[in-house]
Write a protein that binds this ligand. Sequence first.
Ligand code: NAD
Length: 516
Amino acid sequence: MSASTLTGPLTAELVSDLTCTSGETLPVIAPFTGAILHELPASSAADVADAYAAARIAQRSWRAVGFAHRRAVLLRAHDLLIERRNELLDILQTESGKTRGQAFEEIFEGASVTRYYAVSARNVLRTRRRRSGIPIVIKTRVSYKPKGVVGVITPWNYPIALSIMDVIPALAAGNGVVQKADNQGALSILASRRAFIDAGVPAALWGIVAGDGAEVGNAVVDGADYVCFTGSTATGTKVGERATSRLVGSSLELGGKNPLIVLDDVDPVTAAKDAVYAVFSSMGQLCVSIERIYVARSVATQFTAALVERVNSLHQGPALDYSTDVGSLTSAAQLARVQAHVDDAVAKGATVLAGGTARPDLGPFFFEPTVLTDVSPDMQCFAHETFGPVVAIAIVDSADEAIAAANATEFGLNASVFSGSVARARRIADLLDAGSVNINEGYRASFSSTDAPMGGMKQSGMGRRNGHEGLLRFVEARTVAEATGILTLPRTGTEWAKMTGLMIVALRVLKGVRRR
Ligand code: NAD
């Protein structure tokens, strides 16, 4: 498939699934070629309201069908995602400019998350007895009620994986969804959503809108019973404030400036290979990719030489197959941002060890994988997220120095530790201010652990996706506690006077038996 194939009937069919009546369109550029891929219909605030109205109706029946039905539907969708992977990979690569291997990461993650929530939702959310404060007298249960219709706002960089990581647990818990797709990822989202619709998810239950970020995004936040936002810290802060002003909860998955610590006990060549993948996957346009490396002085020369050699051997280009190691940046704006960070660093004295320039000969938004050293705090790329294929290497004299440098950031999304001793790396992991820490891996170890929560500390966000935590976002816990009638609680002063002695004994006994 090529960009031109996508401008044909398939694109028209996919965009017909958008909730959109404005008649306006926005051009979407194919990053490999710079050509207009298609004209995306733009939704309006009124379209968002329509999508919510339809999702609210559909959600009532979806909630009522129960876990077993939802599980069967989601497991069918899992199989369809796998069956349709080649078409999905073509669309994803054409829209994003990423390599096929990194596009496949999205399909794998999407299918894993779908299976995980299909299989686990019932058990996590079943009604459970809890211990009451007063045994025998009170019985207590907790049940979970879906929030209703969840508003999901997603970025362009991982359109399939990031959509599924929020939408599917919301659906598994019995909610509806209205999702604002970033315009650059809308086709990928619509194509993967089709797998779920064909498997039995009612189309109205998962509405998709696209268009102007602020207009459509605000409308999505304003209509939601809960909001999931993935994107920049600047926009996420606004989204969180807007949701909170209506006392609506939100999970915010935001930016990072992710550090990798290379300890003195590594094999420098293996560490360099893993570091290169961690930095340049999806051209660094990945929230959890590595942008800072702190390497122990004793291995720094060997590690850096191996890393530069590896970077220089990466095969970069546009290809809808597995023949390339790195692809293109996704947009002209991304190219400008990356170029600006590198130019600023070089102008202020950074040394370019590899890359550093655009590759218009390969395509309009290609930029070489770039390795910098001598990066100082006055440079934009020192503390600000580049979100591109640029890494800064610094030498450290101790693990403590590396930990302090890694934590000296406003972000706290992902971090990584490379060491010959897993025990040593685990001890360091416990000292890092990051929502996920990967040992001897860049990001894939935690990213693929669907049973474990993923999210950010500090300015990298609030809340967690994946794991039980990622499901519990989408429900209200409801406590139902009942008086058993075996003994009555005191109602008058006289009854209190009789009961307090017994209650003090009860407190002492409960403490004595260490009852929770
Ligand atoms: P962005 O914040 O510009 O846009 C994200 C989404 O928000 C888009 O759909 C956009 O249209 C929408 N939007 C824009 N203005 C809005 C508004 N006022 N109200 C509501 N929605 C609005 O981010 P981006 O440039 O698309 O994505 C890159 C950023 O996302 C990076 O900072 C990256 O680190 C972060 N990211 C984080 C994660 C994570 O899981 N933590 C994952 C992927 C990307």
